[in-house]
Design a protein around this ligand. Structure first.
Ligand SMILES: C[S@@+](CC[C@H](N)C(=O)[O-])C[C@H]1O[C@@H](n2cnc3c(N)ncnc32)[C@H](O)[C@@H]1O
Length: 200
């Protein structure tokens, strides 16, 4: 990150659909292209729903879901992103609904989630398919999974769906694909996609 204009203060508060995100642009990621997806996850959850955000960052998805009334276990292993995650839960008045863990999400799942398996798992990470076994272990029967990945154009949406179906089959679960979306263009010939699925 190079400052090309201004005084070089890279810490800011970005407001989007009423959600405030404090962050330092030199330290943590923020993708404007994910805006519609951030809004969408908040619109989908029900009040009181139990959610696991496995790659929470500064609260990109956690905050809109908690503001909609969901109880979110938010896991982030990067200490800087985690510090903003905690600050942002307080800034948005949802610290009572968010349970933040600074850890590898696999360790949190292996230790057992308070209250047992959750209604929804959000996997906002390009390599999220590598964590599908843990995501499925955390998801209650009939729960919803949102799996993100970067996919070469010729494999959209075939590859993520196949990965999800293979992991579900391995875990002895069945999967119903609810929706597939291109979130944004990631790079030349590669899309950031998300697959929504119900897992029995
Ligand atoms: C790309 S960012 C988050 C993106 C965000 N969910 C979104 O789509 O806007 C992925 C985050 O996952 C965190 N992360 C990666 N692997 C992790 C793991 N095994 N456990 C917990 N956090 C992890 C990274 O530190 C990073 O903050």
């Amino acid at each position: 990150m190079t400052v090309v204009a201004g005084e070089g203060d890279t810490e800011t508060v970005h407001t989007e659909h009423g959600t405030e995100y404090a962050l330092d642009l030199a330290e943590v990621m923020f993708s404007p292209g994910n805006k519609a997806e951030r809004v969408r996850v908040g619109d989908r959850v029900e009040t009181g729903e139990r959610v696991l955000d496995m790659f929470a960052g500064i609260g990109y998805f956690t905050l809109p879901m908690a503001r909609a009334g969901a109880e979110v276990t938010a896991v982030e292993r990067n200490p800087t992103a985690f510090r903003y995650l905690v600050e942002n839960t307080m800034r948005n008045g949802v610290d009572g609904l968010v349970h933040p863990y600074r850890a590898d999400c696999r360790e949190v799942i292996d230790a057992g989630l308070d209250g047992g398996p959750v209604d929804r798992v959000v996997m906002g990470y390009y390599e999220s398919w590598e964590y599908l076994d843990h995501a499925l272990a955390a998801l209650a029967p009939g729960g919803t999974l949102h799996m993100h990945e970067t996919t070469p154009e010729q494999l959209v949406f075939e590859r993520p769906v196949e990965r999800l179906e293979a992991a579900a089959s391995e875990a002895g679960r069945s999967v119903e694909i609810l929706d597939t979306r291109r979130v944004k263009s990631h790079s030349e010939g590669v899309s950031h996609v998300v697959v929504d699925a119900r897992v029995s």
